[in-house]
Write a protein that binds this ligand. Structure first.
Ligand SMILES: Nc1ncnc2c1ncn2[C@@H]1O[C@H](COP(=O)(O)OP(=O)(O)OP(=O)(O)O)[C@@H](O)[C@H]1O
Length: 267
C-alpha cells in the first residue's frame, strides 16, 4: 500500500532572511487532502514560510533538521511546479508584460511571465490553457491584453495559470486583496470549485473571510512560532484571535464563512 507523503514536512528548521532569523525551530507538516489556512500578524513569518514551500529560500543545513516537499528533500523545481500552483499578489505585479490572457496562462509551462522568442509553445500547452480557462469561465479573456484587464480579471487568469498543470495543491497568498466584493466572491467561488475537484489549498491570509468552507484546519503563526493549530471552529474564536493579534476581536460564522470585527465588549 502506498502512503501519500505530506506536501510539506519540516523538522527543527532554522530560517534566515538576510541577517534576520525568522524561524528558530520550525516544525510543521501539511498533509495532502487537508486544506489549511495560515494566519498571523505582520512580520510573523507567513511569506517566509511560503518561500520555503516554493523553494525560493532554504533552511540552514544542520543535523536532525530536514525539509521535505512531497516526501523529497531535493525535489526539482519543475516537478514542484507540476504538483503545486501558486497565486500571490507578488506574482500579479511581476506580470508586467505585453502578453494576452492565453499567453499568461501558457507561460506557466516555462516558469516565465509571458512568452518569449526562445519558448516553444506546443499545441498541448495551448490546449491545457484553454481547458482550464473554460473551466474557470474566462475563455473570453484569451485575446485580451493582460495589463489592460481589471485586477479581478488578472487574478482569475493567474489562478488559471497556477492550475494549468492540474496540480494537486494550490497555494494562495491573500488571493482576494485588491478585489471588489463581486470579484472577490467570484474568485472564492472559483477556488471552491477547484476544491470540489480534489485540490488541496494552502491559504496564507490576513482576511479570515477568505477562509472558504472547504478549509477545515487553521494554523496560527506569531513571531516565527506556530502557536496553535487545529480545527477552524476551535481557533476562529474571539479569545483565540484576540490573543493572536493582541487586540480584542469578535469573530462570527455564517454559511461556513467567518468574519472578524473589533470587539468593544470586555473579554
Ligand atoms: N528580505 C528580507 N530581508 C531581511 N529580513 C526580512 C526580509 N523579508 C522579511 N524579513 C523579516 O522576516 C520576518 C518575517 O517576515 P515575513 O515577510 O515572512 O512575515 P509575514 O508574516 O509575511 O508579514 P506580513 O503579514 O507583513 O506580510 C520579519 O521580521 C521581516 O522583517
Amino acid at each position: 500500500m502506498s502512503v501519500t507523503p505530506p506536501i510539506l514536512e519540516v523538522r527543527n528548521a532554522q530560517v534566515y532572511r538576510r541577517n534576520t532569523q525568522v524561524f528558530n525551530n520550525l516544525n510543521l507538516t501539511l498533509e495532502q487532502g487537508e486544506s489549511v489556512a495560515i494566519i498571523g500578524p505582520n512580520g510573523a513569518g507567513k511569506t517566509t514560510l511560503l518561500k520555503l514551500i516554493n523553494r525560493e529560500i532554504y533552511p540552514v543545513v544542520q543535523p536532525d533538521s530536514h525539509l521535505k516537499l512531497f516526501g523529497e528533500e531535493r525535489i526539482k523545481v519543475d516537478i514542484l511546479r507540476k504538483k503545486m500552483g501558486t497565486v500571490s499578489f507578488e506574482s500579479q505585479i511581476k506580470h508586467d508584460t505585453l502578453a494576452n490572457g492565453l499567453e499568461v496562462v501558457v507561460s506557466a509551462f516555462f516558469g516565465s511571465v509571458g512568452i518569449h522568442s526562445h519558448h516553444q509553445v506546443l499545441p498541448q500547452h495551448k490546449a491545457a490553457a484553454i481547458k482550464i480557462m473554460q473551466e474557470l469561465g474566462i475563455a473570453h479573456l484569451a485575446d485580451r491584453q493582460y495589463l489592460l484587464l481589471s485586477t479581478g480579471q488578472q487574478r482569475r487568469l493567474l489562478l488559471a495559470r497556477a492550475m494549468v498543470h492540474n496540480p494537486k495543491v494550490l497555494v494562495l497568498d491573500e488571493p482576494t486583496s485588491g478585489l471588489d466584493l463581486k470579484s472577490a466572491f467570484q474568485l472564492l467561488a472559483d477556488i471552491r470549485s477547484l476544491c470540489s475537484k480534489g485540490t488541496t489549498l494552502i491559504l496564507v491570509t490576513h482576511h479570515i473571510q477568505e477562509i472558504v468552507p472547504e478549509i477545515g484546519k487553521v494554523i496560527f503563526l506569531k513571531n516565527g512560532e506556530i502557536t496553535r493549530q487545529g480545527a477552524k471552529e476551535d481557533l476562529l474564536t474571539d479569545a483565540a484571535l484576540s490573543e493572536l493579534y493582541d487586540v480584542p476581536i469578535h469573530a462570527s460564522e455564517r454559511a461556513g464563512y467567518y468574519s472578524a470585527v473589533p470587539n468593544s465588549a470586555p473579554l
